[in-house]
Ligand binder design. Sequence first.
Ligand SMILES: [Zn+2]
Length: 145
Amino acid sequence: MSALRKLASWELVGTPAQGVPTGLASACARVGHDLRHDARARARLPEPRWWAGREAGAPEGFLVVGMESAQGALFGSGVNCAVGQAELTARVAEITQDHLVGYEALPWPLCPGHDHPMAPCAIGEQAWWCCGDTQQPLFTIGQLP
Ligand SMILES: [Zn+2]
């Protein structure tokens, strides 16, 4: 087992301590905004915080990011912080959604008018929530109403 060194823990829409790349912090703030604007997600994840860590020997730019509650870590997954901002934001959205859909049975965020969750996608410079069926971009990640 490789050793994981925790770098930081910070609020859902907040700024991490030093050691977390600003691109990753920005991606987390966007996804955090969307989580906080969903009453069902808020109820399911009381007072969640982001955390980030680095595995011993991981290549430059590879971090583990996820969420924790007062009870401990909820999830964490590897991200490559060297990709573009849109791709990084979509990746953070994806791992957050994987936890909510897979472990909390919460289809977040719901697609308007459909009963499936929207899919995170990076299109050009922007990260979007897209309809899972049509792939049509619907909302910028970080601007869910
Ligand atoms: Zn849809």
